[in-house]
Design a protein around this ligand. Structure first.
Ligand SMILES: *[C@@H]1O[C@H](CO)[C@@H](O)[C@H](O)[C@H]1NC(C)=O
Length: 96
């Protein structure tokens, strides 16, 4: 049995101005090989959102009770924007 699903509508209610996260899979009683194929528009949109994220001015805090310090958050953002390569990860997963 083959299913095509769109979860954007479920996650975002009536918001239609987004790229739908779509996948297709064959479901059965036994595990079966599959290939990932994420719509590149979704990756581009996520990259753009990370790139455009604005951070507040860093404040002194003894712990992370108000969230991560800004330099920690920006280093994660910088990794996702400048280093992480989804197409490469997807190729690697699909080659297994
Ligand atoms: C947060 O930044 C500090 C100072 O640069 C660093 O020592 C620490 O490993 C970072 N923590 C995380 C979780 O990235």
């Amino acid at each position: 049995m083959k299913h095509h699903s769109t979860i954007a509508a479920a996650l975002l209610g009536t918001c239609h101005n987004v790229v739908a996260l779509e996948w297709s899979a064959t479901y059965g009683r036994q595990p079966a090989p599959f290939k990932l194929s994420v719509n590149p528009e979704i990756i581009a949109l996520a990259h753009q959102k990370a790139y455009l994220t604005r951070f507040p001015v860093d404040v002194e805090q003894p712990d992370w009770s108000d969230g991560p310090p800004v330099h920690n958050a920006t280093s994660v953002r910088d990794y996702w924007v400048n280093e992480y390569d989804w197409p490469e990860v997807q190729r690697e997963i699909n080659s297994q």
